[in-house]
Ligand binder design. Structure first.
Ligand code: ADP
Length: 452
């Protein structure tokens, strides 16, 4: 395929990222004959892993540790990392100079030949996206050929897939709110759009919950000629959006809820937690659009396993089940995880402070947890909110630990046979770890050390 936007152009990739956020864009630009400048405020040693992935790609230069305004003005096109807000001073300067500003997801949508399914929301994006892919991949239907999984879910990066995707395929994409905004800025959107739920998140970037919801709603703004918009009717705000959009004659609007599920499908499904039924209901409402039957879903849904770091059962020791839910990076997801168990829960929580409120989490944890071990920047805030909600009968033991290993050892002393030990931080990991995956790995390591 020919990618005129990039071919033989001066392409600036803004934000390589320590975990390779810009790697796909830089590879794609280089592979298509562009002169590439990769710029990042982080310096070379912090970006070592990402830079290594670009070994062998030609015509790539680097400006690291700082940005230079003239680099942005001299470029033909800028591919901005989703983490860079639209009002960034360098992007603004580039736009004033007439430079095209786009993004990885913007380029993907420009050139993708197949129908796109975009899934966003505060929680359950990855699970709903992976479930949708699993059900489509393992069913046969005349409505599509091949299925691809990409986006924020971190498997195959979007741009390097472009050459493989055919027009009769389907692409299932997890979209972060930042990616949704980048798409909307270019008047683009998926053919099928679904929002799982809305809970406060990323308030450090958006300021208010309202601004955050506005960013998510943009997924419906530019869905093309035959838009299909899917709404979780159990979420108050999303249901209001359904009522609003349903009055548009060109748009097909669909609602779903966890209790819609046929019993034979529910009994086959292995993931714990009511919220995972909601994720499955969302995925089912998508796959049914493409001719997948209930019988086919019932046949393959039982093979779907939790993704790593999402309520993942990592082992059982002395009758205690240990779950790794490191991907829980909002109070809402920690609440959902705690509520997924009928057994007494020993919870390990806390982490980087995204300035989200912990009142509701404090209430639920005080009511349900047997003990809570807190780590990270938010430990004090979460402790206060649990104590506020504790009563004479419901008063979990609370302990603050410096390190995750200590939290694991303490949890082990407080749990008894029949209990669940759950790492569901309700916070991002950046205060103590590189990312949630590293936090999950350290949790598993610490658990294994206990079992030795
Ligand atoms: P995301 O990609 O939106 O972060 P994931 O599917 O990776 O969502 O799940 C992350 C965590 O969020 C899970 O481990 C679980 O604790 C919680 N979670 C998942 N789905 C839901 C849901 N529908 N409602 C509330 N919390 C959820």
């Amino acid at each position: 395929m020919s990618y005129e936007l990039i071919q033989n152009k001066k392409v600036l990739v803004m934000g390589l990222g320590r975990f390779g956020g810009g790697v796909d864009s830089a590879k794609f630009a280089s592979a298509n004959g562009a002169d590439v400048l990769v710029t990042d405020i982080a310096c070379a040693n912090e970006l070592e892993d990402s830079i290594k992935q670009l070994d062998g790609y030609e015509r790539i230069e680097y400006r690291l540790g700082e940005h230079h305004e003239e680099d942005f003005q001299k470029a033909d096109i800028i591919i901005a990392n989703p983490a860079v807000p639209e009002n960034n001073q360098f992007l603004q300067a580039a736009k004033r100079s007439g430079v095209i500003v786009t993004s990885q997801v913007g380029i993907f949508f420009e050139y993708c030949k197949a129908k796109t399914i975009g899934i966003t929301g505060s929680n359950g994006k990855s699970t709903t996206t992976a479930l949708t892919y699993h059900l489509l991949k393992n069913s046969s239907s005349d409505d599509y050929n091949n299925v691809w999984l990409s986006g924020n879910i971190g498997n195959e990066p979007m741009l390097m897939l472009l050459d493989k995707i055919e027009s009769n395929d389907l692409v299932v994409l997890e979209l972060s709110s930042f990616q949704v905004e980048q798409l909307a800025a270019e008047s683009k959107g998926p053919d099928v759009a679904l929002i799982t739920n809305l809970l406060p998140n990323h308030l450090d970037r958006y300021g208010t919950f309202e601004n955050y919801c506005d960013a998510k709603e943009k997924i419906f703004a530019h869905q093309g000629a035959q838009p299909v918009s899917i709404f979780n009717s159990e979420d108050e705000i999303i249901y209001k959006w359904y009522q609003k959009y349903n009055s548009e004659s060109a748009r097909r609007c669909i609602t779903y809820k966890a209790s819609d599920m046929p019993e034979k499908i529910q009994t086959e499904f292995k993931l714990p937690g009511e919220f995972n039924l909601s994720n499955l209901a969302g995925a089912m409402s998508i796959v049914k659009l493409f001719g997948v039957s209930d019988e086919s879903i019932a046949k393959c849904v039982g093979d779907f396993r939790s993704l790593p770091d999402r309520l993942e059962l990592i082992g059982e020791k002395d009758g205690i089940k240990w779950y790794n839910d490191s991907k829980s990076t909002t109070p809402g997801s920690a609440i959902a995880a705690v509520n997924a168990f009928n057994e007494p829960v020993v919870l390990i929580a806390g982490g980087y402070d995204k300035k989200l409120p912990f009142d509701k989490m404090g209430e639920v944890v005080a009511g349900k947890a047997k003990a809570v071990i807190l780590i990270g920047e938010t430990a004090g805030k979460i402790k206060t909110s649990i104590e506020k909600n504790a009563t004479e009968n419901k008063k979990p033991i609370i302990k603050i630990c410096e390190k995750l290993e200590q939290a694991v050892s303490f949890a082990n002393t407080k749990a008894a046979a029949g209990d669940v030990v759950l790492l569901s931080p309700g916070c991002a990991s950046y205060d103590m770890f590189d990312n949630y995956q590293q936090r999950g790995r350290q949790f598993i390591e610490a658990f294994k050390t206990l079992s030795k």
